[in-house]
Each structure stands twice: as C-alpha cells, then as structure tokens.
Design a protein. Structure first.
Lengths: 701, 374, 403
C-alpha cells in the first residue's frame, strides 16, 4: 500500500474548491432543482427521496476528489487506490465540516454575500442538527472518496463507460425540463428499430453491393413502418408525433382526402430513409458511423425521458444504461482501424445517404425541439455565420481581429435603418419629428425597404466599411492589429449609444419594431405564407444563410485568393516576395469577413425585431474569436463545434442559473488545456503531387 | 525588449502609396483636430484652466493605467501573449484590499494609524494580485507554453471570465465602497478637515490659474509619484539586477536562455509576480481614489491599460508609463477640447491610438522585438 | 448510373419525408397544475453582468420574500405551493428573447415577473404576445412598451410620468433654472433624462449641459469637468446607485460640490448611502408614492434579516407586488377540475391582471396599484426624497394627495 506523495496536496485543493463552492451558495441554491424526482409508493410513502442538483454536485465533487488523488498511484494496486481515495474524500469532507462549524458560529454574509445558512443545504444530508450532519457527511465523504479511488482501477474501456454514464445522468438531469418533450417514446423506438434493424440485416446478409444494401435498408424501414402503423391502427398503441403528423404542414400540401394514408405514407418514407442510412452506416467512415449511433441512442434516451413524468430513477437507469451500452459496444463493432472494421471502407453513396439523413433532421428539427431550443440554435447559427467569416480573417489570413462586433453592428443598424422609419428612409426627418409632428409614416417615409431588399445592402455596407477600417491598419502586425480592431469595436459601440447620433441611430433606445422577414410561398402551399417571426420559423432563414456562407468560404479556400491568404498567414514578407498583392489580399480578407459579420448582424436585428446598443459589446468579438479557436482554427466544421460548445451549451445550461458564466469560463480554459489545437483541428491541406508531406514541425515557438 | 528606447521612426514617402495615403490622411485629420481645438480656445469655449484641470485629472487616472499596463507589457515581452486576465488580477487586488481596509476601518485602526493601515492594505492587495497571477500562470498558461500563440489568449479570456464569476458568486454582484480616508500631513485632523496641514487623501484645493479656477487634490500627485517610484524600481530591477538580466534573456530567446542556465519557468513566474505587484498597487490606489470596487471593475481599466501599453510600444517599460499618462490625459482633456460630449471620450482615445499607430506602427517608443516573434 | 438513380431516389424520399415536420404542440391557452405539483412563476432578471447583477438580484429577492410571506395559492379549498423559475435576461434584447422562448416552451409557467431592462422587455414582447403569456415587469420603464405589447404590464411607473413630475419639482419646488443632465447610457437613464429635460425646458428652464457616462468606467471627473464649464444649478442623473454615488462624490473634484444632485427611482435604495456615504448627503430622488409605509419598513427589515445586508437596488418592492398580483389573479381565475388539478386560463389571467385594482386601487409595497387595462399598473403619484444625515427622508411637497 502506498500513500501518494501529492494526495495531501491534491485533496487540499479539492477541499478548497468545494468549500468555495459551498460559500458561493451552490449547495443551497440548487437544493430545489431536482435531478431525480421523488418516488412514492402506492401508500404515499417516500421510497426514494429524490436527488437535487446540489446533492449531485456534492457527490461528484467527492468522487472526483478521490479519483484525482488516487490517480497518481493508480498503478500501485487496488488497496492503495482505495486508501488514497478515502483519505482524499475525508479531507474534503473535513473541510466542509469545518465550514459548517465555522458558519454556525460566525455570520460570514458580509463578505460572502450569496451565502445562506448551510442548514438548508445538501451538506446536511437531511439531518436536523450540525453534529449529526457532520458525522453523516464524513461517512459519506469517505465512502464516495473511496469509490472515486476505486474508479482509477477500472480499465480504460470500463472507465469510459462509467464516465459516460455519469455524464449522461448529469446532463439529462440538468437539462430535463428543456428536452423532455422533444421525442415521443414510440417515435424513438420506431426510428431505432429501423436503423438498427437495417444495420444488422445488412451484416447478416453480408452483401458488399451498396445498391443491394440500400435496398435492404429501405425494405427494413418499410417493414417497420407497416408494423408500427398496423400496431397503432389495431391495438391502440400510442402514436408518436411522426406518425400522427401533427404538423402545421398537415395534408394541405396536396389536399389529399386520404389523410390517414398520407400520414402512413410519409411515415413509411422517413423510416425507409432511416433504414437506408442504417444499412450503409458501416461504409460511411468511422465518424459518421459512430455519430449516427450516438444520435439513435440520444433519440432513445429522449423518448424514454418524455414517456415518464419527471426524471425518475427508472428513467435515469434506462438512460444511463443506453449510454453505457453504446459506449461499450461501439468500439468492438468498429474494430481497430487496422482490423477489418468500420472506417476501413468508405463509399461516397453511403456517406451521402447519411448526409441526406442529416439534412432531413436539420430541416425537421425546429418542429421537434420547440421554441426555446430553436432559439438557441438560431443564436448558435448567428455565431456560426460570424465564426465562418472570422475564420477567413484569422484561420486563413492570420489577422487577429478583436473588433468583429463593428461590422456586426453595421449590418444590424443598416438593416434597421432601411426597414423602419428613420432619417434615411424618411428623407432626413427623424422618428421623433414624425411622432411629435403628427406626420404619417406612409406619406413621409417613402424609402422603406423590406428585409429582403435591405439585407444585401447591409452586407455590402458592412463589407465596404470593413475594408475602409482595414486601410489604416494595413501596416500593423499581430497584436497591434488586435488592439486597434478592438478600438474600432469600442468606437462603434460608443457611437451607436451616443446622444450625438441619437436622431439617426436611436441612442440607447435603439431601433424598435423592425419588421420580420416575410416569406410568401403560397403558390406552393396556401399555408406557406408566413412571417418568419417565431424562432422555429426564422430558423430556416438562418439555416439557409449558414449553408450559403459555408459554401462560399469553402470555395474561397481553394481559390487563388485563398492560397494568397494562407501565404500571408505563414509569412508576410515571403508572400510579398512571391508576388502576392498584400494590400489587396488583406483588404479582401477584411471585406469578406465583415460581409459575413454584417450578414449575421442583419439577421440578428430582424429576428429580434429591434436593435439596442448593449447587444454590440466587445463580448461578441471575444465569443466569436473563442469559438473559432476552441473549435480548431482554420476549419469550417470546427466553427460548428465551437458554436455548439461555447454558445449552445451555456444557452441550454440555463438550469445552471447564475453559475452559467462560471461554467463557461471554466469550460473555455479546460477545452484549451485539453485540446490546444482545438476540438476539431483542420486536416492538413491537400497536397498537390509536387509537395511532399512535411516532417513533424519542430516544437517550440 | 525592455532594453532601451529606440529611435526607430523612419518616415518613408513616395515608395509605398498606401503609406503615403495614410500619412496624408492622418496628417489631415490631426490638422483638423488642431483647428477645432484652437478655434474652441479662441472663442472662449475652452480655456487654459479647463486644459489644466483635464491634465491633472488625467495624470492620476493615467498613472493607474500605466501601472496596470506594466503587467501587460512585461508578460507580453516575455511570453508574447496578451494576458487578458490581468484585469482580473487588478480587480482581485482591489477587492481583497477592500476586506482589509474595511476591517481596519471597523476596528478603528485606520483612524489611529492611517498611514500604516494604508500600507498594509496596499501590501495585502498586492499579495492578493500576486497569488492570483501565480495561480493563473500555473494553471492556465504554463501547460500551453509551446502551443500556438492564440491558444493562451483564449485560456486568458476564459480565466478572466472565471475569476470575474468566482468573485461575483462569492462576494456578490454589488459594489463595495472603500471607507473615506483622510491622511493629514503636517497638521491635525479635526473631524474631516485637516487643520494646518495638507490632507493628501481627501484634501481639495481651489487654485486660480489664468483667470479660471481649478480643483487640485494632492492625491493626484501622490498617485503619480507612487506610480513613478514603482516604475523606476521595476526598471532598475529589470535593467540592473542579475534576475532582470535573466528576464531579458528569456524575453530574447527562451531556448538559448535555458541553455545559459536560466530557469525559464522561474523567470516567467517572476514576470507574472512583478506585473501583479504593479497591478495590486494600482488596484489599491484606484480604489482609494475612486472608492468603489466590484467584480467587474477590472474590465475597463484593463482594456485601457492594454491600449496604453500598445500606445507606448508594447514590451517597453518607459513606453507603458508614457502611454498610460498620455491616454489618461487624452481621455480627460480631449473631448472637451474638441467640443465633444465626454460620452465619446473612448472614441477620441481609440481614435488617437489609430492615428499614432499610423505614424508609428510599433507605438510611440517602438518595440524592441525581433521581428520573427511578432 | 447506379449512383444517380440511388441518389435521386434518396433525394425524393428526403423531400417527401420533410412533410412530416410537426408543428409545436399548440398551447391550449390554459395552464394545468396537477394536484400536488407547485404553481410555477417565471422570474426573468439580470443576475449576471456588469453593474447590473445587483438590480436583478434585488428583483429576485423581492419575489423570494413575497413568497416567504405568502407561499401558496388557494383555489376552491385546495392549496398549491408556488415556486419560481429564475432566468437570466442579461439585460439585453437577445437575452429577453431567449428567456421568453424558454418560458413559452414550458406550459407550466403561469406568467413572468420581469424582465429587468427595457431592451429585454422588447426582446421578450413579440414572443410572449404570440404565445398568450403575460409579463409584469418591476423595472422596464420605457413608455412605449405598454402600447407595443399586449403581454406587457408593469408595477413601476413609466419614464413619462416620472420625468414630468421631476421637472416640476426641480423648477418649482427647488427653484432651479439651469439644469445639467447626465445619464448612464442605459435606455432607462437616457429615456428618463430626455423626458426631464424636455419637460424642464417647457416649464421655462434652461438645460445647459447634457452628457452621459459609461457603466464600467469609474472615473467620471472629466465628464463632470465638462459639465462644470456650463455652470449648472442642479445635476439630474438618470441611472443607478453605483454610478450615482461616484458622480455625487466626484462632483467635488470638478468644483461642483455646491451643486445639488438628483436622481429618480433608480436611486431610491439604501445602497446609495452605503456606497456614497457623506458624499450623497443632500441628494434628491423621486419614487412612486406611497413608498414609505410600515409594511415597507417591515419588508426591508425582513430583507436584511434574510440576506444579511440592505437592499441593493430599488426594485424589490415592485417585484414583490408583481408576484402578489399573480397570486391574486390565480386565486381569482383558477379553477379546480374533476381530477383535483388547478386549471388557469391564460386569457382570463391576462384580463384579470390588465384590470387589477381598476375599480379600487390596491395598496402595494411600491405604491398604489391600479392597472389601466393597457399594462400601466403604478398609478400612485411621485414622492420626493432627500438624503439627510444618512437617511432617505421624504420631503413635504406636492403629490401628497394620495395618502
């Protein structure tokens, strides 16, 4: 048995962090936030007391302390790990116990303003008085620390499964109220059956022809569709959302009288596509294969969650079991990269099938996830659009821009000014003059544009202003550029908020009542004459913009200009010597990235139906920069990942309430420390036949 | 870096059209501003007294910027990274200092031994800043020593948000006030007035100049001189001591310095410590001067100080001082001089930054960096 | 060939499959709280962010204390516990939009107290309007909000009402003819000083200087120095205690120590005195009457007892009143169905709130509450106060008829 050299040090760190969390009121604030609901038996007796988020954080902290302390001596046997884990747990527990004693005696609320008496906290473990609580806490600490210590002894595979299970529990527990209505259980099971059935049917058939595989998949999907529809029709089984087709686009499309048949047909189609995807998943490359399976697993978990009221221990068990199963099974199915397994073959048709399924999911998404999550996706997409543009600046051309918010604001304000009564649309008459002078908007403001007319103008204006701002900084390098662009951002922010420009820009009151974009497709479907007002409608506009933006940037990367940028990034002097027009290349980088930012800004204003100066702060620039770098600088998929992690997570993690930004900051640091090159770094550029692969670049600066 | 003040300006006309254009545009803008300033002075809208008042106000604010700017400049010089979290190091010093001075105030120690209490407060503030900076370096920056340059920038941003939020969650989002401190020199304190002496903390003196009246507080000069002394000490340390030499060596070339027997990690920690000492001192001065502290107080001075560091030439100690004071003075005097509302002071300040960088792309004092690093 | 047919087939399938896009589960327009479950009220407040967290936290604390006072609703003879769901509106339009979407995605939310800032109220407005939810803001004072959004109600007075009274107070009661205004760059501050300045000029006064400070800046001396050059007789500030305390204190450094300082309801908080100390002595402020009552003193005492410090802003009484309006409304329009569940009709709830106290004003902590059908519920007049010897003291002026 070995006592780890740094056990004491690490445990003290853990104790310090836990005590600070306790002082910040974490263990009281989330007592009412349930992760697992209370279970009562028929007689009303409490069988399971429930689990609050506060309790969960306490348990995780204790286990983590044991784990971290024991990890350094993990090779020295089970006993050592156990003992070190227990000691670490006890030290953290003792820290908390001291805190209980201390705060009973002293009122610390002058210093720690958020602190509330611990007697209401998870630390008391349901005990009434401090003495009993401390005893219980110490026992619990020792046990959980020991568990943490023992976890170091698990094999890598088991460890990953356990960690995955705990994460699934925590994530689902925290997010439950947002995601509990996404997917009905019968839908989830049906989808999983179609995908899995096709997947294994193909394996059994052992065919290698892609066309045959697809046919098998489609057949399986169709079969499942018939069975489920039949079950629904004849047994009264609950119908899922998909089968019910309870959509806004209900049969109006073709105005078919055969509503029932129509639904079944569409239902069959979707399952055929899912089946096809399942059938070819093995040939689509490791990433798509695993991704598809995780998606199916998540679908199932969401289905289970929605079928129960609240997150009961049974639901939790099923969710954790699904997660663990996927984590356990996937690596062996996939096999090692060298053995015959997933990822060794990758056919274009297979990949396309899965992409197609992905596209359908993206298009169908807002109908399932509801307004709140749609809104989160929209916010993510605004940042993706900006991130794609920022990627041109920093990933391609190597120019560090901290004033990205400037063109964002310009795009938003241009749209706002052109679509509402303003000095520009009303021939120099200010909105106040109209209001006070009793003028009629429709008579005075002859220049009003619709969103669709204003949008391209906004993009152009942003691009030109971006280029204009690029001129004075052409000669600046690296961080000098960063601080000047930061200055531009701040200047724009102050100008739009200033009273000096209030008649034009509205000052702190901003521009209100910006009309939402309207989309009239009634010639296809009478129901499609819509104002894109709610977040699940304007979602499609965002999606379209992101798609166009990504296509443009991907094309640009392989043009002459794209190569010029990369040369510029690697070495300005060499680039200039090889005949690249530095000024032109740099200004185009400024212009194009600003156009993206302006495009996002215009959408932002339209989706909010108003713009206010306090939306245009340095934070926007910083968030965009962070998501590009956290994702992996220079790659487009990375922007998506970055936006998901940095924008999506904090938005979805509303349940963390005031700890949201703290979690965000920690996440930023941890992400960079564990993946310095980004979560999804760009692949090395495709080499032409002349170039040879480089040897590993030398470390160091 | 940190070596000497270079005379690096080389005005080239003619051979680069962009540069010529920039020089002409910048020159025209400067002339325009000068014209407005002169006109406002001649019409009496702006007097010499306003100008002097602006200068003294800017001096105090600018000295604080300068002290914070040193932290940016030192770290940048050695690690080539913008330490975004430095503003939180500053905030931490001021906030922890609050608990110290408040305890002294409650116990009556502050009233009895004002100078000692102030010095202890400052020491505690500096210590808090140092602890934060060392933790930052250890956790967020050291593991990334060899990562691409932008990566530590992001951890710095993350660390900045984290620290801000930790303070917010622990100590609450509200603002806290330092007690009003009077320090009577050469006289006795009667209530709040200093009989027969000068109250260097709270004293305000109406001075008549050029037909106008301005208010002068001895505190402005106290701040300025403390800043000057600290900076001189730092400069001496970097230039004249052996450890300072090691710092300069690491700044020049980490690998070579390591080969010469310099403990690079220790030197880098030392750089953070020095920067934090300055920030902690600046923080307590700032809080004694403006009295309010909050978890968010670091952001604006941090951005301004970084601007000041760039203005002076980042990586350059005297440059940071000059940049800080210049920025402070521009902020407080320029808007009024140009007849603009002071709401636009940041616009003016950043505008000046752009103008100066047009003529001197590496700041007023230039940087002494090998080009390969930038 | 193979590829093409396969692809075409898949694309056709995908397009057709899209037809299944389901719509949102349509809200039935009622809230159903199952027996034994709590009634949930959303609280949208700014609880993070620079200089703003104390305002939002004050709103949340006001709600929490109101629920400590009265934590249940009783409909019929069934009692339901009331809980809150606090979300951060970030004091921005996009934050307001996000929280509004969050709340309307949860059919259990009966209504919303908040958001905190006028821009957040604007962001939330369209979404709540189309979902049939309502909000009662404790602090959105932008005048146009009530007309622009059906869902909008407020317990705070709007800037128009307060601006005019403030101007009259300054011109008539204090006899000031030269006014300088400063705001903090927030829609609240700017809107307020614009109204005060306009009303003041209409009365015949002269506004000699108008400027603004930036929240986050600490040194306002240069702003004050610019203002001092214009020779004002009073400085009116639209903003909140932290900036006000700094401005009041730094007046002296710009030679304005003799010039009185005034603010509005944003300053009506012990926080101002905590922060400003002697420097805020003599500062005037206005806030809806009757803001001084035994009930309010007891409430503030309970606040200090529970949280260990004095209120950090002036909104606790407004949010307290807002949540009690909901409780009254639920008790009035809620029904118990056959299964013992509480059913609340959203339209009836909105109707009840819109006419809350219309016949006979209800005395709330923040003043008289009487909604005019258009969302304006603060009908009490404005009272004027001054800091005297470290206490906020009511001045004997006009607007007394309400007591």
């Amino acid at each position: 048995m070995v006592f780890g050299r740094s056990t004491l040090r690490l445990s003290l760190y853990a104790a310090l962090i836990t005590v600070l969390l306790a002082l910040s009121n974490l263990f009281v604030a989330f007592e009412s936030r349930t992760v697992l609901t209370v279970v009562k038996d028929a007689a009303g007796e409490v069988v399971f007391a429930g689990l609050s988020f506060s309790q969960l954080s306490l348990y995780i902290a204790l286990v983590a302390a044991g784990f971290v302390a024991a990890r350094q001596i993990a090779t020295r046997g089970v006993l050592s790990a156990l003992v070190n884990g227990v000691i670490a747990g006890l030290i953290v527990g003792a820290g908390l116990a001291l805190l209980i004693v201390f705060t009973e005696a002293v009122d610390v609320r002058f210093v720690f303003r958020n602190f509330q008496p611990l007697s209401r906290s998870a630390l008391y473990l349901g005990q009434a008085d401090a003495g009993a609580a401390i005893t219980a806490l110490l026992i619990l600490s020792a046990v959980l620390g020991g568990v943490g210590g023992l976890m170091t002894q698990l094999s890598a595979r088991v460890g990953r499964v356990v960690l995955g299970g705990i994460s699934a529990l925590a994530i689902f527990g925290v997010l439950q109220s947002q995601i509990d209505k996404v997917m009905t259980l019968s839908d989830a099971v049906t989808l999983a059956l179609a995908f899995g059935g096709a997947y294994f049917a193909v394996r059994v058939s052992n065919t290698h022809n892609v066309r045959t595989r697809l046919l098998i998949g489609v057949g399986v999907g169709f079969g499942i569709a018939l069975i489920m529809a039949g079950l629904a029709a004849f047994t009264g089984m609950e119908r899922g959302t998909i089968l019910r087709g309870a959509g806004s686009l209900e049969p109006t499309l073709l105005n078919l009288p055969l509503q029932g048949a129509f639904h079944v047909g569409v239902f069959a189609l979707i399952l055929m596509l899912v089946g096809a995807a399942g059938a070819v998943a093995r040939d689509a490359g490791r990433l798509l294969h695993d991704g598809a399976w995780y998606l199916i697993a998540i679908t199932l978990m969401l289905g289970v969650l929605s079928s129960q009221r609240g997150f009961s221990p049974i639901t939790a068990g099923v969710v954790v079991a699904i997660m663990c199963a996927v984590l356990w099974i996937l690596p062996p199915i996939a096999g090692t990269p060298n053995a015959q397994g997933v990822g060794t073959t990758s056919s274009a048709t297979s990949r396309r099938t899965l992409y197609l399924l992905g596209l359908v999911i993206l298009l169908a998404l807002p109908g399932f996830i509801g307004l709140s999550l749609s809104n989160t996706l929209n916010l993510m997409m605004i940042y993706i659009i900006m991130g794609v543009g920022m990627n041109v600046m920093i990933g391609y051309a190597g120019l560090l821009d901290l004033g990205y918010v400037a063109s964002f604001a310009i795009g938003a304000y241009t749209t706002g000014l052109l679509t509402t009564p303003s000095m520009i649309t009303c021939g120099g008459i200010t909105p106040d003059e109209i209001k006070n002078g009793g003028l009629i908007v429709s008579e005075v403001c002859t220049g009003l544009l619709t969103f669709w007319e204003a949008w391209p103008i906004a993009i152009l204006v942003s691009a030109f202003v971006g280029m204009g701002l690029g001129v004075p900084v052409l000669r600046l390098r690296g961080d000098y550029l960063a601080i000047v662009t930061l200055g531009f951002g701040e200047i724009i922010n102050r100008l739009v908020n200033s009273s000096t420009f209030k008649p034009l820009l509205g000052g702190p009151q901003g521009i209100n009542n910006i009309p939402v974009p309207t989309l009239n497709l009634s010639f296809i479907n009478p129901a499609w004459n819509s104002q894109l007002a709610s977040s699940n409608e304007i979602y499609y506009l965002f999606l379209f913009t992101v798609a166009v933006g990504v296509l443009v940037v991907l094309r640009l990367a392989n043009t002459r200009l794209g190569r010029a940028w990369r040369a510029l990034r690697d070495d300005e002097d060499v680039a200039e010597a090889t005949g690249i027009h530095l000024v032109g290349a740099k200004l185009l980088a400024f212009g194009i990235s600003s156009a993206f930012s302006g495009m996002g800004g215009a959408l932002f204003g339209a989706s909010l139906q108003g713009i206010y100066p306090n939306s245009f702060t340095l934070n926007v620039s910083i968030f965009v920069l962070c998501l590009v770098i956290v994702g992996g600088m220079g790659s487009i998929p990375a922007v998506f990942v970055g936006a998901f992690v940095l924008i999506g997570f904090p938005e979805v993690a509303r349940e963390l309430q005031d700890y949201r930004l703290l979690a965000f900051g920690v996440l930023l640091v941890v992400a960079m420390l564990s993946k310095p090159e980004g979560i999804l770094p760009p692949r090395p550029p495709k080499l032409s036949e002349h170039a040879r692969p480089k040897t590993a670049p030398a470390a160091g600066d | 870096m940190l070596k000497s003040i270079p005379i690096a300006g080389r005005l080239r006309f003619g051979n680069d059209p962009v540069q010529t254009f920039l020089y002409m545009a910048g020159g025209a803008l400067l002339l325009f501003f000068a014209f407005i300033a002169v006109r406002n002075t001649l019409t009496g809208a702006y007097g010499i007294d306003d100008f002097l008042q602006g200068i003294v106000l800017g001096l105090a604010q600018g000295s604080i910027y300068a002290l914070i700017a040193l932290g940016y400049t030192l770290v940048y010089g050695v690690l080539m990274m913008i330490n975004f979290a430095h503003s939180e190091v500053f905030m931490g010093g001021a906030y922890i200092g609050f608990f110290a001075i408040n305890a002294f105030h409650e116990s009556g120690f502050l009233a009895e031994n004002t100078l000692v209490a102030l010095l202890i407060t400052m020491a505690i503030g500096m210590l808090a800043s140092v602890i934060l900076a060392v933790l930052l370096e250890r956790i967020a920056y050291r593991p990334l020593r060899n990562a691409p340059r932008l990566v530590p920038l992001i951890t710095a941003i993350g660390a900045s948000i984290t620290l801000q939020q930790i303070f917010l969650r622990l100590f609450g989002g509200g603002t806290r006030s330092y007690p009003v401190v009077s320090l009577c020199i050469g006289g006795t304190l009667q209530g709040t007035t200093c009989e027969g002496g000068i109250d260097i903390m709270q004293g305000r003196y109406q001075v008549e100049v050029f037909g106008g009246e301005i208010v002068i507080r001895p505190l402005y000069f106290v701040i300025f001189f403390i800043a000057l002394i600290l900076m001189a000490a730092l400069w001496f340390f970097v230039q004249r001591t052996k450890v300072g030499k090691a710092m300069r060596a690491v700044a020049e070339d980490k690998n070579t310095a390591a080969l010469m027997g310099v403990n690079v990690d220790r030197v880098i920690v030392l750089t953070f410590v020095l920067g934090a000492l300055m920030a902690g001192a600046a923080a307590v001065l700032f809080a004694l001067y403006n009295r309010q502290v909050s978890p968010f107080m670091g952001f604006t001075p941090g951005v301004k100080a970084f601007t000041a560091a760039v203005l002076g030439g980042i990586g350059n100690v005297p440059g940071a001082m000059a940049g800080g004071v210049l920025l402070g003075v521009i902020e407080s005097a320029a808007p009024q001089m140009l007849g603009l509302p002071s709401q636009l002071e940041d616009v003016v300040a950043f505008g000046v930054l752009v103008l100066i960088l047009i003529f001197r792309p590496t700041g007023i004092f230039g940087e002494v960096l090998a080009k390969k690093k930038a | 060939m193979v590829r093409n047919t396969t692809r075409n087939f898949l694309v056709v399938m995908a397009v057709l499959a899209l037809l299944i896009v389901p719509a949102m589960a349509q809200d039935e327009g009622t809230v159903v709280v199952e027996a034994g479950d709590p009634v949930v009220i959303g609280v949208a407040a700014v609880i993070s962010g620079e200089g703003l967290a104390p305002l939002g936290e004050d709103i949340v604390r006001g709600v929490e204390l109101a629920l400590d006072e009265r934590g249940t609703v009783t409909v019929g003879d069934v009692e339901f516990e009331v809980t809150i769901d606090v979300q951060d509106d970030l004091c921005s339009a996009e934050g307001g939009q996000a929280v509004a979407n969050y709340y309307v995605s949860n059919p259990q939310i009966v209504g919303i107290v908040g958001p905190t800032c006028s821009s957040a109220c604007r962001g939330a407005g369209p979404i709540l309007d189309s979902a049939g939810y309502i909000m009662i803001s404790a602090s959105c004072t932008n005048p146009a909000l009530a007309a622009d959004f059906v869902s909008f109600n407020r317990t705070a007075p709007n800037d128009d009402a307060q601006g005019v009274e403030d101007a009259i107070f300054i011109y008539d009661y204090l006899g000031i003819t030269k006014l300088a205004t400063i705001h903090d760059g927030s829609p609240y501050g700017e809107g307020l000083v614009t109204n005060v300045a306009a009303a003041f000029e209409e009365l015949g006064g002269e506004v000699v200087a108008q400027d603004a400070v930036t929240v986050g800046d600490t040194d306002f001396r240069s702003t004050l120095n610019t203002i001092a050059a214009a020779g004002p007789e009073l400085i009116f500030f639209g903003g909140f205690p932290a900036e006000a305390a700094r401005l009041a204190e730094q007046r002296a450094d710009a030679g304005l120590s003799e010039v009185p300082f005034m603010g509005a309801d944003g300053l009506y908080s012990p926080e101002l005195i905590n922060l400003g100390g002697a420097a805020v002595e003599g500062v005037y402020m206005s806030t809806p009457a009757p803001a001084v009552s035994d009930a309010l003193s007891e409430f503030v005492a309970a606040y200090e007892e529970k949280y260990g410090f004095a209120p950090t802003a002036a909104f606790h009484s407004y949010s307290h009143d807002a949540v009690l309006m909901y409780l009254d409304a639920i008790e009035a329009v809620g029904e118990i169905d056959a299964d013992g569940n509480l059913v609340i009709d959203r339209a009836a709830l909105a109707e009840y709130i819109a006419n809350y106290g219309a016949e006979e004003p209800v005395v709330g902590l923040s003043g008289l509450l009487s909604c005019n059908g258009d969302g304006e519920c603060a009908q009490g007049g404005i009272g004027f106060f001054q800091v005297q010897d470290g206490e906020i003291v009511r001045l004997e002026t006009m607007s007394m008829e309400l007591e």
